[in-house]
Every structure is written in C-alpha cells, then in structure tokens.
Design a binder for this molecule. Structure first.
Ligand code: CMX
Length: 135
C-alpha cells in the first residue's frame, strides 16, 4: 500500500490551482470532472504521490457539503491498494464502515474507489483505490 493522494476541498478550483501551480510551483498533471462523484478536480504531482484539489459541482456533492459544515481543508487521504474489491470485502468482514457496498468505477474505468467512514478511522475520511495508469 502507499499514499496515492491527499484530497483538499476548495470553494474555487481555478483560484486554488493558481496558488498551487504558480505560487508553490507544483506540477499540474491534469484537471478533470468526475461526474460520478460530483466534483471537478486538479491533480498535482508531489514526488510519488499527488495532491488533489476538489471543488463540488452541485449542492449535493460531498465536497460542497463538507465545505458548508467544516470549511475548506483536507478532505480525505487516499491509499492505493492492489485490489480494492478484495480490500472492501476484507474490511466489511471486520465490521468497518465502508461507504460503498461495492467499489465504484470512475474516470471511464481508469480508477476504482471506495471510502471508509471517518467514524471507523478516528476522524479521517480514507479512500481506498486501485488505478490502472497514471493521472
Ligand atoms: N473528514 C472527516 N470527517 C468528516 C468528513 C471528512 N471528509 N466528512 C464528514 N465528516 C464528519 C462530520 O463532520 C460528522 O462528524 P460529527 O458527527 O462529529 O459532526 C460526521 O463525519 C458525519 O457523518 P455522516 O452524517 O454519516 O455523513 P455526512 O453527510 O457528513 O457525509 C461522508 C460524510 C464521509 C459519509 C460523505 O462525505 C461520503 O459519503 N463521502 C464519500 C464520497 C466522497 O467524499 N466523494 C467526494 C470525493 C471524490 C473523489 O475523491 O473523487
């Protein structure tokens, strides 16, 4: 396992991208919409891992709701696993509160993701995921 990325919830993606790219000087890998999760995201490479900036695309987005309740900031930590289906089943068998019964395919099948509820992880939303290629 390794940390794939850290997700940061932002109100205005374009403004946040400017800061991370132009002020911090991080390498912007891509900006994409992930309709399955109602977000628009920007990925920045940081060594072997990434920082993902996320803006909600509608009021029902988990990101929009998170910002309403808790403000901008770290939203989740994403851990890459070999097999997200197997990991989901293993966690369910251990009584862990996973968000999706079965992992969800996003980005045209490029990635498969699930989440563990913060109540199981001492207050941090953890994503578990498998991805085929790079971002
Ligand atoms: N990190 C830490 N704690 C969080 C949290 C987060 N990201 N989001 C919610 N919480 C806390 C709330 O503050 C609240 O705590 P208290 O009970 O102490 O007030 C508690 O969790 C609320 O839990 P809830 O009522 O079950 O759920 P919410 O309606 O707040 O939704 C969650 C939280 C995690 C279930 C929901 O956001 C979810 O299903 N997330 C998974 C999908 C997602 O986040 N998609 C966006 C990212 C997609 C991507 O990476 O591409």
């Amino acid at each position: 396992m390794k940390i794939d990325h850290i997700g940061i919830a932002v109100r205005n993606l374009d403004e946040a991208v400017k800061f991370y790219k132009e002020v911090l000087g991080l390498e912007l890998v891509k900006i994409e919409e992930v309709p399955e999760e109602r977000v628009r995201v920007a990925m920045f490479r940081v060594g072997e891992s990434y920082i993902e900036l996320l803006q909600g695309t509608d009021p029902e987005s988990a990101i929009t709701k998170f910002i309403e309740k808790r403000g901008e900031g770290i939203h989740h930590i994403s851990i890459h696993v070999d097999d997200v289906d197997a990991k989901t089943e293993e966690l369910k068998a251990k009584g862990v509160a996973v968000i999706y019964e079965k992992p969800r395919e996003v980005a045209h099948g490029e990635r498969k993701i699930n989440f563990i509820h913060p109540k199981s992880t001492f207050g941090v939303l953890l994503e578990i995921m498998t991805r085929r290629g790079g971002y």
